[in-house]
Design a protein around this ligand. Structure first.
Ligand code: ITT
Length: 197
């Protein structure tokens, strides 16, 4: 079975591919990147709506099953922002997003800098029909300086008390055991195995 990954984000792509490769009983799944023309406008106000927009766009371009991930970081002290706007939160590089978030939180005490990564993964049929949609949530804290070189996006400032490290300091293997994306993927994988194997 071919499954199109409806994303243009290379960090996500790497994580999802690795998750899929390391899932037992899924060797029959053939993951393919969405074609170059894939560039839907994310007009939804929720992760779920945007994930569906992206999955349908990829299915319609390819006539194949498609999987989309809409994700972001929700900071408690900012009322859940930047949330669905995480990728558009700052101009330029991902580093600028981290700098902007640290700046917005500069007067907030460390213990009040709680945040969560959210991920919704959506699977659609080649006809664009919604098959399933699952969520993962990963809680952490935003620190006041960047640490680590791994991961992508907000990982250098997303601190895990459990590890005493940021997500950019842990390995991809470790991130893929814990992350919002890994949690959502686990449920997608169970769905695929139970319906298509
Ligand atoms: P696609 O829509 O093409 O998949 P995108 O980057 O625009 O790529 P989203 O709209 O879902 O995807 O935005 C997700 C943003 O949330 C991402 O660009 C990061 O800024 C942040 N994010 C999500 N998951 C993350 C993770 O695991 N680590 C760091 N940042 C993450």
């Amino acid at each position: 079975m071919k499954l199109i990954l409806a994303t243009q984000n290379l960090g996500k792509l790497r994580e999802i591919k690795t998750l899929a490769e390391q899932t037992n009983h899924l060797h029959w799944l053939d993951l393919e990147l969405a074609p170059k023309e894939f560039n839907p406008e994310e007009t939804g106000s929720t992760f779920a709506k945007n994930a569906l927009i992206k999955a349908k766009a990829a299915a319609s371009l390819t006539d194949q099953y498609a999987l989309a991930d809409d994700s972001g970081i929700c900071v408690d002290a900012l009322g859940g922002k930047p949330g669905v706007y995480s990728s558009r939160y700052s101009e330029g590089s991902e580093r600028n997003g981290c700098l902007k978030l640290m700046n917005e939180l500069k007067n907030i005490m460390p213990e009040k800098r709680t945040a969560a990564y959210h991920c919704i993964m959506t699977l659609v049929s080649p006809a664009g029909e919604l098959l399933c949609q699952f969520e993962g949530i990963w809680r952490g804290r935003i620190i006041d300086h960047m640490r680590g070189k791994g991961g992508f996006g907000y990982d250098p400032i997303f601190f895990l008390d459990s590890h005493n490290q940021t997500v950019a300091e842990i390995s991809l293997t470790e991130k893929n055991k814990l992350s919002h994306r890994a949690q959502a993927w686990q449920k997608i994988a169970e769905y695929l195995i139970s319906h298509y194997r």
